[in-house]
Write a protein of this length. Structure first.
Length: 78
């Protein structure tokens, strides 16, 4: 008879802990797009560039962090 070891219990994270940052980045993107469309000069141009650059920087940083992990951390074979 083969003994099957019980799998570890994984408790799901509450949705409150998952959603705040994506919501903030989405609102920042909407603000950047609206400020780029409605305000063509002055402070609005700088605000739109800043607001649209932050989600891009966060995305690139997360991708770099994921690519730099070792395979054992990603769950691959070692």
């Amino acid at each position: 008879m083969n003994a099957v070891s019980p799998s570890p219990v994984v408790t799901p994270r509450p949705s409150v802990a998952i959603w705040p940052w994506p919501i903030v980045l989405g609102l920042l993107t909407v603000f950047g797009l609206l400020s780029a469309l409605l305000g063509q000069h002055g402070i609005w141009l700088a605000l739109s560039w800043t607001a649209l650059s932050i989600p891009l920087i966060v995305t690139v940083a997360c991708l770099l962090r994921a690519w730099c992990r070792t395979p054992s951390v990603k769950g691959g074979q070692s």
